[in-house]
Write a protein that binds this ligand. Structure first.
Ligand code: NAP
Length: 295
């Protein structure tokens, strides 16, 4: 049976580390980091995400503010609000919860955030810095993945990482992070997507497989080699009448099928998902440090 990579435990460790640092700032009478989250509209899923981000900030002693805006807000009203927070020194991180309503130009909104406060890591300046190997805010889910590999001492240098999925929020950034000539990276990276006819041809040679597809139980034991490390990013709802909610959450990997073949595996839930908020807090703390040091 593979060793479980415990995202819950690592996320909690990261939060405790940050809490300690923020406590020290308070004891020294210094200002503390702050995150403002902007929510447009009333999607229940987005509300849930925003609330849990805010709750986590408060847990570790950071300032947190949620700006709730009507779904009818115009582009310019939203851009004006972001501009206000770009200049507000109490907030070091600005996060606009995505997706935005269709009438709002998402890319324009991302680009309007001061890249120094872009703790989601989606601003083109941060994307460019990531690709060129300069210090930047890594997007939170890929950052969580590399942090899990690091804390479980899973080597990446010279190993073959296969990423299935090429989204801007998971697949592309994690591939670009792992290919860098850096400690905790330096991997041989293959990226697969829906135009790949036989993905098994690639997944079978993976030392580390990162699945970010959005298809329940897509990867099975016939598609991986003995000893593979599996990072399952997928969060998929499948119907299950035996559960009180009528559904359960599964990953992109068929856990039961691969668990005896893999050496390490992230469970779903309890793996990568819980790391995302922890890394958001870490990015916000870093934005605060950068601000204090004038960077
Ligand atoms: P996405 O934007 O829908 O991208 C999915 C990717 O999978 C695309 O690149 C797509 O290829 C590829 N793909 C789809 N079918 C495929 C197939 N049959 N063979 C090979 N590749 C295929 O999804 P995402 O936003 O990256 O999210 C992926 C999963 O991770 C979802 O389940 C999501 O809920 C989860 N997620 C979790 C977290 C978290 O844990 N915090 C964060 C983000 C996402 P094309 O590009 O060719 O279409």
């Amino acid at each position: 049976m593979a060793t479980l990579i415990d995202g819950k435990k690592i996320a909690q460790e990261i939060k405790e580390e940050l809490k300690e640092k923020i406590n020290s700032l308070k004891q020294e009478g210094k200002s503390i980091p702050g995150l403002v989250t902007i929510l447009v509209g009333d999607s229940p899923a987005s509300q849930l995400y925003v609330n849990s981000k805010s709750k986590s900030c408060i847990e570790i002693g950071m300032h947190s503010k949620i700006e709730k805006l009507s779904s009818n807000i115009s582009d310019s009203e939203l851009l004006d609000l972001i501009e206000q927070y770009n200049h507000d020194n109490n907030y070091h991180g600005i996060l606009v919860q995505l997706p935005l309503p269709n009438h709002i130009n998402e890319q324009k909104v991302i680009e309007s955030i001061d890249f120094k406060k872009d703790v989601d890591g989606f601003h083109p300046v941060n994307v460019g810095k990531l690709v060129t190997g300069n210090n930047s805010f890594y997007p939170c889910t890929p950052y969580g993945i590399v942090e899990l590999l690091k804390r479980y001492k899973i080597p990446t240098s010279g190993r073959h990482v296969v990423v299935v999925g090429r989204s801007n929020i998971v697949g592309k950034p994690v591939a670009n992070i792992l290919v860098q000539k850096k400690e905790g990276a330096n991997a041989i990276v293959t990226v697969c997507h829906s135009a790949v006819k036989d993905i098994s041809q690639f997944t079978k040679s993976a030392d580390i497989l990162i699945a970010a597809i959005g298809k329940p139980n897509f990867i099975n034991s016939g598609m991986v080699k003995e000893g593979v490390v599996i990072i399952d990013v997928g969060i998929n709802r499948i119907e299950d009448t035996t559960c009180s909610k009528g559904y359960r959450i599964v990953g992109d990997v068929d856990f039961a099928s691969v668990k005896d073949k893999a050496s390490f595996i992230t469970p779903v839930p309890g793996g990568v998902g819980l790391m995302t908020i922890a890394m958001l807090l870490k990015n916000t703390y870093q934005a605060y440090l950068n601000f204090q040091s004038g960077n």
